[in-house]
Design a protein around this ligand. Structure first.
Ligand SMILES: Nc1ncnc2c1ncn2[C@@H]1O[C@H](COP(=O)(O)OP(=O)(O)OP(=O)(O)O)[C@@H](O)[C@H]1O
Length: 267
């Protein structure tokens, strides 16, 4: 399905994500036997909307985001984005697919410090050998309060400003899918609110936004919440309040209940 972008925040095509049986193992630095950090994860993410992945520290949230987004291949399992089995592609084709369809909003902004704001924002276009639409670039920079900073090198910007540059860069290609890893983690309240508002707008305009967050208020903006623990999904819910998300997190630590509502002992 094609959607005509009628705004400067928009999407080219709706793409859903299906993950099946994802397993990821890592070998620790001491060379001990590999540990499983994603344990048979299967997940369906629709082609538009905001999905939050929550869970305790070390649950595997970032690892899952990397595997879902094509940045880190699983040991087994498949990720299908808009009908394309991304790990069945060779590396060059996968990179092209990612550049063409996916935007990233990560905490480490991955900006080139000695390039200007404008140059950083347009970098993905240069890499994709596409011409910049200056009107679109200017609209995005204005939306994020960066127009006066367009010619400033990014190393001279604050963390909040750099995050906004990273968002502009991610949005310039009108990505169908946006992956955000703790997008508000290092930001003050005003910048956090702006970033979340934009992610919500993106989701409303047809992008599939997948966000890892510790912030229950941020997760409460999502259309669905995926609870992760010990490398596995414990449950998936629709829209929840921040209080319900806290409660859901607490429940992932409770022993499973028997059919009669009694606690089942582990071990
Ligand atoms: N490359 C790696 N080598 C060894 N262990 C790793 C590697 N990447 C992740 N891990 C381990 O895998 C587990 C999951 O890590 P991950 O960063 O995905 O969790 P998380 O839920 O995002 O945690 P946090 O909320 O603290 O960021 C952790 O125990 C982590 O130490």
């Amino acid at each position: 399905m094609k959607k005509q972008p009628n705004d400067f925040i928009g999407v080219n095509t709706y793409l859903s994500i299906q993950a099946r049986g994802l397993v990821k193992r890592v070998v620790s630095a001491d060379g001990s036997s590999p540990s499983v950090i994603l344990n048979d994860v299967s997940l369906d993410i629709p082609g538009a909307g905001l999905t939050a992945i929550v869970g305790p520290s070390g649950a595997g949230k970032t690892s899952l985001l990397y595997v879902l987004s094509g940045l880190d291949s699983p040991d087994s399992g498949r990720v299908v984005i808009g009908g394309t089995d991304i790990y069945a592609l060779d590396e060059e084709r996968r990179s092209r697919f990612i550049r063409g369809h996916i935007g990233f909003v990560f905490q480490q902004y991955n900006l080139v410090p000695y390039l200007t704001v404008e140059e950083n924002v347009m970098l993905p276009l240069s890499l994709a050998h596409r011409k910049a639409d200056y009107v679109h670039v200017t609209q995005l920079l204005s939306r994020f309060g960066l127009r006066q900073r367009a010619r400033t090198v990014v190393s001279a910007l604050s963390g909040g400003e750099q995050q906004r540059v990273a968002l502009c860069r991610a949005l310039l290609l009108r990505p169908s899918v946006v992956f955000a890893d703790e997008p508000t983690g290092a930001l003050d309240t005003a910048n956090s609110e702006l970033v979340l508002q934009v992610l919500r707008e993106l989701a409303d305009s047809g992008s599939s936004v997948v966000m890892v967050t510790h912030d229950t208020d941020a997760a409460a903006l999502a259309d669905r919440v995926v609870f992760l623990r010990d490398g596995g999904i414990t449950h998936v819910a629709g829209r929840l309040t921040a209080g319900q998300i806290v409660e859901g997190m607490r429940r992932t630590f409770e022993p499973p209940m028997s059919q009669h509502g009694q606690e089942v002992r582990r071990g």
